[in-house]
Design a protein around this ligand. Structure first.
Ligand code: HSE
Length: 439
């Protein structure tokens, strides 16, 4: 049986997971693929660093260049993370004509265009299944299984840390800060937690999925990102009373054509916390789990659920890329290129142009005429109110006022909220969370 030799750069959590699961299932993979896979060389930062699964000392070295340049190494796996050395490793391997596998979402998101161009120029493939949603095979799904669809909607719960925090806030009625501190103590959240709780990790994954689904590389600057720090236990409770759950969503939506430039496709690419109806399947994705909901024009609605991180689930995704790389090498093919610009020109619409529904919580003085002042501003902006609730309960001098708002452009809503926030009867900055109806 033909053998393909892999050189792995990075032998930490994910790297040792890949090595372990290859040891467990490599023979099974060979019998399924008809190609034997070997991992004879692993470059690591330090041979004796602690790792969750052992890697035999004799396959390890600390010189990545020696591994990448080794003529016996036919495929390179980059698992060191970051956007500096990892980029150099990948470009070096591609220029040597070696296919590369990476789990590096930040790198693909920021430098994908350059890396895919280098892969194309060197007539090799760059595989990145593990870069989005860990063990969920979402890249392969969009690239291959749904190739006959136009992807009109994609909603992802793609950050396990945020989903864990929001789930506990909902289930325990706890504050963000308390759950975050506990999640850090338990090792679910990093210290500092910014990459996760401020939405940047979800942005990387959402940007990659948007680019793949829509065929033009999405400029990181064009993505609107909000994290979950401002989601309060009060909003969780009111959302629940109204029949909603709050989740951090990566959203990729095809918008109606812009009348002025009808030929250019307009898409929304955003990351923000949103109220989801409890009846929607994404509302029951809890804890550290990830899920991606994809709507294609042919297939309709689909849902992919699983572990979005961790040494084992991520290793599963890397092993699937190893299989693809081995098959491509064995059969001298690049069956499906990693990323091909397609489908004409598109652009990411600024969020101001995007129409949403909204949950708004105001802290107002409890006095006749307050409601009239608020509704006058919304009315003048042609923004419709779906419902108003003034729940029992006081926050010091003020009372909460909850408004559910009909579809309105984000720019108009922001302008109206700025005016409402300046009313003397409004005692704290308005809280606004978008509502996703999946229509
Ligand atoms: N930190 C990420 C998460 C996992 O919490 O989902 C790695 O992408």
């Amino acid at each position: 049986m033909q053998q393909v030799n892999i050189g792995m750069i990075g032998g930490g959590t994910v790297g040792s997971g890949v090595y372990h699961h290859w040891q467990q299932n490599g023979a099974l993979m060979a019998s399924r693929l008809g190609v034997k896979i070997a991992i004879p060389r692993v470059a690591v930062k330090a041979i004796d660093e602690p790792r969750p699964y052992p890697i035999p000392t004799e396959v390890m070295c600390t010189d990545w260049k020696a591994v990448v340049h080794d003529p016996a190494v036919q495929v390179v796996i980059e698992l060191i993370g970051g956007t500096g050395l990892a980029r150099e490793v990948i470009l070096t391997a591609l220029r040597l004509g070696k296919p590369v596998i990476t789990a590096n979402k930040a790198l693909i998101f920021k430098h994908g265009e350059e890396l895919f161009a280098a892969a194309k120029a060197n007539r090799v493939n760059l595989y990145y299944e593990a870069s989005v949603a860990g063990g969920i095979p979402i890249i392969k799904t969009i690239r291959e299984a749904l190739v006959g669809n136009r992807i009109t909607h994609l909603y992802g719960i793609v950050n396990g840390t945020c989903n864990y925090i929001l789930t506990r806030m909902k289930q325990e009625g706890a504050d963000f800060a308390a759950v975050l501190a506990d999640a850090q103590r338990l090792g679910y959240a990093e210290t500092p937690p910014d990459l996760d709780v401020d939405g940047w990790d979800a942005e990387h994954k959402t940007g990659i999925l948007a680019s793949l689904a829509h065929g033009f590389w999405v400029n990181p600057e064009s993505i609107h990102v909000e994290g979950i720090r401002h989601v309060s236990k009060l909003d969780m409770q009111f959302a629940q009373q109204l029949g909603y759950t709050i989740k951090l969503l990566g959203i990729v939506k095809t918008l109606a054509a812009d009348g002025r430039r009808a030929s250019a496709k307009r898409i929304q690419v955003s990351v923000y916390p949103a109220l989801l109806p409890n009846s929607h399947v994404l509302a029951s994705v809890n804890g550290v789990f990830n899920a991606v909901f994809v709507r294609g024009d042919a297939v309709g609605d689909t849902l992919f659920y699983g572990r979005g991180a961790g040494k084992d689930a991520t290793a599963s995704a890397v092993l699937s890329d190893i299989a693809d790389a081995a098959l491509d090498l064995a059969h001298q093919t690049t069956r499906i290129p990693p990323f091909v610009p397609h489908d004409g020109k598109g652009r990411v619409a600024p969020l101001g142009e995007v129409v949403s529904r909204y949950y708004v919580r105001l802290s107002v003085v409890d006095r006749p005429g307050v409601m009239a002042k608020v509704t006058a501003i919304l009315g003048a902006a042609k923004i419709g109110i779906a419902s108003i609730i003034q729940p029992e309960g006081h926050e010091g001098e003020s009372v909460p006022l909850i408004l559910m708002i009909h579809d309105a452009p984000n720019a108009a809503m922001q302008r109206a909220l700025a005016k409402i926030g300046k009313l003397p009867v409004v005692k704290a900055p308005p809280v606004m969370i978008r509502v996703e109806s999946f229509a």
